[in-house]
Design a protein around this ligand. Structure first.
Ligand code: MF3
Ligand code: CO
Ligand code: CO
Length: 293
């Protein structure tokens, strides 16, 4: 019998030479292609190829190296525009582009959000003061690939409110990330965050959400930081999402300043945020912008 007419069984060794069973190897690729098509058609979600994932990861490595430089420079007396200069120059030096610059008219290369500013603070003349908390949100485009991450830092010596909100925001992201696995849903992520943050007496901002990322800045799906277990789109390997809960010490309501960007808490309470770019893997997740939470 000629080889080409032999039907390959599910449990046969895969003809591609991997040594794995056919059902766990190339037979599965066909299935992946149909999942890829289904996610694109039904949800407009781009499942990433290994090559794209490698590109986003390189962008994430660059991002985290810039974030380390930012961390070292944060101190009382620093002008927020100096953070912008550092992020801009390090991004360009690496052959990358700062995605925020001119994005929908945003005038700077990084978002810098102090105290009651929830997100999208525009760096400028404001000076960091002892006891402030400051979020720095960085998004490079390296070889066309976007990675998106932020951290909230203490400036000098934090007070008890600052310690509380930064700790709750960091743990919220940690719990959101730990909910990520194939077969879990977007609602599981939102629920993990909301139940923890509200349990700590804090509130979850609704107007801004996480998002698919990698080929573009903001892709589908929206990743809500509140929700119901089991609801929403099922996570599958190859999805790349940001999780970026904004947690307020007081109430969740916000308003946006006249500059059309700066979002601040309505009640003036402190707000903190942490963000990472997360890949859904076969086993669970991998952060493409990893740092300790
Ligand atoms: N980096 C933000 C996010 O996490 C988006 C900032 S948009 C900008 O999605 F224009 F303000 F930079
Ligand atoms: Co983001
Ligand atoms: Co961001």
């Amino acid at each position: 019998m000629k080889n080409k007419s032999v039907k390959i069984g599910r449990n046969d060794i895969c003809p591609c030479g991997s040594g794995k069973k056919y059902k766990n190897c190339c037979r599965n690729e066909k299935k992946e292609i149909s999942i890829r098509d289904e996610y694109k058609n039904r949800y407009d979600i781009i499942l990433k190829t290994p090559e794209q994932i490698a590109g986003i990861k390189r962008s994430g490595d660059l991002l985290m190296s810039i974030m380390e430089r930012v961390e070292k420079m944060i101190k009382p007396g620093l002008k927020t525009d100096e953070i912008n200069t550092l992020v801009h120059e390090e991004t360009i030096k690496a052959g990358a582009i700062p995605a925020p610059l001119n994005y929908k008219g945003f005038p700077k290369s990084v978002c810098v959000s102090i105290n009651e500013v929830i997100c999208h603070g525009i760096p400028g003349e404001r000076i960091l003061e002892d006891g402030d908390i400051v979020n720095v949100d960085i998004t490079p485009i390296l070889d066309g690939y976007y990675a998106d991450a932020s951290r909230t830092f203490f400036v000098g010596t934090p007070g008890s409110d600052a310690k509380k909100i930064v700790s709750v925001a960091a743990e919220s992201l940690k719990r959101g990330i730990e909910a990520v696995a194939p077969g879990a849903t977007l609602g599981d992520i939102g629920h993990a965050i909301q139940s923890y943050a509200e349990g700590q007496g804090c509130s979850v901002v609704r107007e801004f959400v996480g998002h698919g990322v990698g080929i573009d800045f903001h892709e589908q799906p929206q990743v809500l930081h509140f929700g119901t277990p089991g609801k929403g789109v099922a996570l599958v390997p190859g999805m790349v999402l940001t999780i970026e809960p904004m947690i307020n010490l007081g109430k969740k309501e916000l308003y946006v300043l006249e500059d059309k960007w700066t979002a601040v808490t309505n009640d003036g309470s402190l707000s903190a945020q942490f963000e990472q770019t997360i890949l859904v893997t076969q086993e669970g997740y991998e952060s493409l912008t990893p740092y300790e939470l």
